[in-house]
Design a protein around this ligand. Structure first.
Ligand SMILES: [Zn+2]
Length: 421
């Protein structure tokens, strides 16, 4: 084993031989190469476990001897500026680490005491994924055009919805990137600031200092912004201020925790925003998920028999014959069968009819119907189109949303696989 390259597979409970700082740099470089989003270094009863989160799932990497694991934890805490001596209270910090390939990686570390010691979680900010442009997130052309049309409106509120880890901040950063051409004054309010963007005024929420989203948003409005990005709407004051800003000449981008576009709209109403004000401010909702994209090298076609593609999805197939694939696994995709996570959206552009229904605060089902009648695809429909185009599998799509057509595709997929084995 040399200092420059460490093999992270195999070996349990081995006494590591390299200094912890070299081990740390190698481990983080290795994790980033695999597009891991988090690294975990956790005390167990007799050892310290190293694991990563990759493509959304936790993978165990190896166990370290306790003593060595503690040195590694201590080194990472010092790097992140999180007091290495403070083991009673939770602590956090951030910093950068340089990998053996000379890549500089931003890390955010959080440590919490546990029964056997501590659990350290490190968010890894992949330098590549943070600087993706909007056409690299996995949107289809028609979706890309619709999102672009929303972003290039002069004013209004755009909500980006989805549960935790649905890629909302990648979409926001990519959106800002496309607006950041030097002709607009752009402010962001974030918690945490994940990536720095040249030319953009980025402000960190600081609850200890009493600076929450609502407080900062009110202040930022006095700074003559053209575009404001609000990390998350999670209270009444932020919701009201964001709506007001959108209605009075600013373009406001904000994330909100919701499962569908309609639910995002109703969350805003639950935060006490007036339906008519919201209707006059809101210009669009992008509800999204991250789905695993099949590896182009090894995906294999499945014969599902005669497929009746729903009418609404057909235009998305551009005359190509629908073909469903399953994952296999090859060297290029580390045996996973998948190569990355991509965005799948439900996009709702608010037109006069939707706006009128919203202003009257019609029931949820009715609003949903108005939105669908304007041709906007639900998340289930968008996922179906991705399956027919061979981008992902029925199995992955069903893990994200419940939809009768997707469920049917999954049961056909299972029968097809049983039939061939
Ligand atoms: Zn592959």
């Amino acid at each position: 084993m040399n200092d420059e390259s460490i093999e992270f597979e195999e070996i349990e409970g081995e006494m590591e031989l390299v200094p912890p700082e070299i081990y740390a740099a190698n481990l983080i470089g290795w994790a980033v190469e695999r597009h891991a989003s988090d690294l975990f270094i956790s005390d167990l009863e007799n050892s310290v476990q190293v694991a990563i989160r990759r493509l959304g799932k936790v993978e165990h990497v190896r166990r370290l001897a306790r003593n060595y694991g503690h040195k590694l934890q201590g080194h990472l805490r010092v790097l992140a500026g999180a007091d290495a001596g403070e083991t009673i209270r939770p602590t956090d910090g951030r910093g950068v680490i340089t990998t053996p390939e000379s890549e500089v990686i931003d890390i955010r570390l959080s440590a919490i005491p546990t029964m056997y010691g501590q659990d350290i979680t490190i968010r890894l900010f992949d330098p590549i994924s943070g600087s993706l442009s909007i056409d690299q997130l996995g949107f289809e052309d028609v979706e890309f055009d619709e999102i672009n049309a929303l972003l290039h409106q002069k004013a209004g509120l755009i909500l980006v919805a989805g549960p935790v880890a649905s890629g909302k901040s990648s979409t926001l950063y990519a959106s800002l990137d496309s607006l950041n051409d030097g002709t607009r004054k752009i402010h962001t309010l974030e918690d945490p600031i994940e990536h720095s963007i040249a030319g953009v005024m980025q402000t960190q929420v600081n609850l200890k200092a009493g600076l929450d989203f609502a407080e900062l948003l009110t202040t930022v409005l006095r700074h003559s912004p053209d575009v404001i990005m609000v990390g998350e709407i999670r209270d009444e004051r932020t919701a009201a201020t964001a709506v007001r800003a959108g209605a009075s000449g600013q373009l406001v981008l904000a994330t909100i925790h919701a499962k569908t576009a309609v639910e995002a709209i109703y969350s805003m109403l639950h935060y006490g925003t007036h339906p008519q004000f919201l209707a006059s401010s809101l210009i669009g909702v992008i509800n999204q998920r991250l789905v695993k994209k099949l590896c182009g090298e090894c995906k294999s076609p499945l014969d599902l028999g005669e497929i009746e593609v729903p009418e609404r999805i057909r235009p998305r197939l551009d005359d190509t014959a629908p073909q469903v694939y399953q994952s296999t696994g090859c060297e290029g995709c580390f045996g996973d069968g998948f190569e990355s996570l991509i965005c799948v959206p439900e996009i709702v552009t608010i037109n006069d009819e939707i706006s009128a229904a919203l202003a009257q605060q019609v029931p949820v089902n009715e609003l949903e119907q108005v939105i669908r009648s304007k041709g906007s695809l639900s998340l289930g429909e968008t996922l179906s189109s991705r399956i027919y185009r061979g981008v992902t599998t029925p199995y992955e799509a069903n893990a994200l949303v419940s939809d009768p057509h997707l469920a049917d595709l999954l049961s056909r997929m299972r029968s097809a696989i049983d039939g061939t084995s």
